[in-house]
Design a binder for this molecule. Structure first.
Ligand code: SAM
Ligand code: SF4
Length: 331
């Protein structure tokens, strides 16, 4: 085992092999925990990296050791050509696994095309199974459209299908309907702690342990090992359900030291941490003519910086703001 791998085993230095690409800041929803009621001013067309520029960056990232790529947004499926972009990324190298985070509204239309284009897995953000609460959380969404997207993803054979639920105090903090869904359908539900990005930190926050305790009251909880590449969650099954239930606790269970992520925003800023506002202006480099070699050097430099900082970017007690909205960074 190499020295690097040995450190990984001890959890000291994770291998940074996961890239989140936000392909747009635009969205067809206005979730209350993600953006203010008035929305967020959209970036202009020239500010957004083209698919060719993103492909160049991803190619360099793959050379720097990235093995998994997640497409996100805003809502990635509202950007024209997103399916072809996934096909483009699938052509980079067979080892690169491509996944998508979406609110699911457009999956009924695109799920089978996405599968055929090389998408392997999908995360659907769905915070409630109650139509009225769904409308309140998303401000404008129609639950039936999201559920049709979920059905289409399962039918298309995307595997695994995970559901992300951001838990908001007094709004959708009863986990049992989702536990029932994980029992009935081949889906993996992950409850995510609300991160107070632009709002009063105490307003909606519910610790993951509270959700777990509520589930434990409903039945027998059996911890299961976190499947490889499923991110920083703890997983369990309730009453022997088919699907798993996960808890992602970015606030109560600080997981920066084990973070393996790199991000690029739609406007071409590379971030090594969700909470670090020191984004690297990759777009300027690309538009000045940087090729794969130069980009690889830049990425490796930033990854080294992240390794050295090793979790020092933890959310400050004053809040988790970084001057950006989640819809811009991609979650
Ligand atoms: N529109 C897509 C979606 O909703 O899945 C992709 C982009 S969205 C910004 C990515 C993820 O960030 C979603 O799962 C969303 O629930 C999560 N997210 C947004 N704001 C959050 C917050 N304040 N706290 C925790 N998660 C948040
Ligand atoms: Fe849009 Fe996703 Fe943010 Fe909801 S969480 S507003 S769907 S970007």
């Amino acid at each position: 085992m190499s020295e690097e791998q040995e450190k990984d085993e001890q959890g000291a230095v994770p291998t940074i092999d996961y890239l989140r690409i936000s392909i747009t800041d635009r969205c067809n929803l206005r979730c209350i925990y993600c953006m203010p009621a008035e929305g967020v001013k959209s970036l202009s067309h020239q500010d957004i990296l083209t698919y060719e520029e993103l492909e160049l960056f991803t190619r360099a990232a793959a050379e720097a050791g990235i093995r998994r790529v997640r497409i996100t947004g805003g809502e990635p499926l509202v950007r024209k050509g997103s399916v072809d972009f996934i096909r483009m990324l699938s052509g980079i190298e067979p080892k690169l696994k491509i996944s998508l985070t979406t609110n699911g509204l457009l999956l009924a239309r695109y799920a089978s095309e996405l599968k055929e284009a090389g998408l392997s897995r999908v995360n659907i953000s769905l915070d409630t199974l109650d139509p009225e609460v769904y409308r309140n959380i998303t401000r404008i969404g129609d639950l039936s459209q999201a559920l049709a997207g979920l059905d289409a993803a399962i039918e298309a054979g995307l595997e695994p299908v995970k559901i992300n639920v951001v838990v908001l105090k007094g709004v959708n903090d009863d986990p049992l309907p989702f536990a029932e869904l994980a029992r009935e359908r081949p889906v993996h539900v992950r409850f995510i702690e609300y991160m107070p990005y632009f709002d009063d930190p105490g307003k909606w926050y519910v610790p993951g342990e509270v959700i777990k305790a509520r589930l434990a009251e409903a039945g027998k909880i059996e911890e299961v090992e976190s499947p490889e590449g499923w991110g920083p969650a703890t997983y369990f099954k309730l009453n022997g359900s088919a699907g798993t239930i996960g808890l992602i606790s970015p606030v109560s269970c600080h997981f920066c030291p084990s973070c393996n992520r790199l991000r690029i925003t739609a406007d071409g800023r590379m971030r090594t941490c969700l909470f670090d506002s020191n984004a690297y202006p990759v777009k300027a480099e690309i538009r000045d003519g940087a090729g794969v070699e130069r980009l690889r050097e830049i990425i490796e430099g930033e990854l080294e910086r992240k390794r050295l900082e090793g979790g020092d970017n933890k959310p400050k007690a004053s809040g988790l703001r970084a001057g950006d909205h989640m819809s811009r960074i991609g979650g």
